[in-house]
Design a protein. Sequence first.
Length: 185
Amino acid sequence: MDIAQAKRKENIAEYILYLWQLEDLLRALQFSPEAIYSQLVAPRQVEEEQKHIFLLWYMDIVNLLRKEGKDESGHLEHTLHLVGDMHNLHLQLMQNPIGEHYRKTFAKLAPQLPQLRAMIKKEDVSDTELAFRALYAAMLYRIKGDEKRSAAIKDTIELVSPVVAELSAMYGKVERGEVDLFKDM
């Protein structure tokens, strides 16, 4: 909860990836309140009342996953909507003068998108969601220590990370009112 709140304020991309990882972790714990408490809550150095609040927050996520039929796989609608918002920003940056630097960054990734789609096996997602899924897959392969895919992981991160980082930074600026997307139009 505290980590998610901090990430949401600081970096929308890290927030999304954190929640996706948390979804998988909760599934691995089989949504068991006891396992969630012992693995995620008990180790925290906070008051008992705060631990109860953390457990309730994790259980809220469990309930959302169940309600959305994502007990075994998939991502919460909340994060997918945020990815959709980021894709809308991507489309604006691809057209508006303020997106000139972003377009140059994205141009390095664009030729690799068909290969990424084939690797991720998701034909029906936006380029932005594809980038997030590629980063998340690379993160999982890295966690698993998958040596066979280490070169692909490195390549993916080198191509996708700058695009997501720049898009995320711009998202934060737009959200805080620091940037006008339609300036100079």
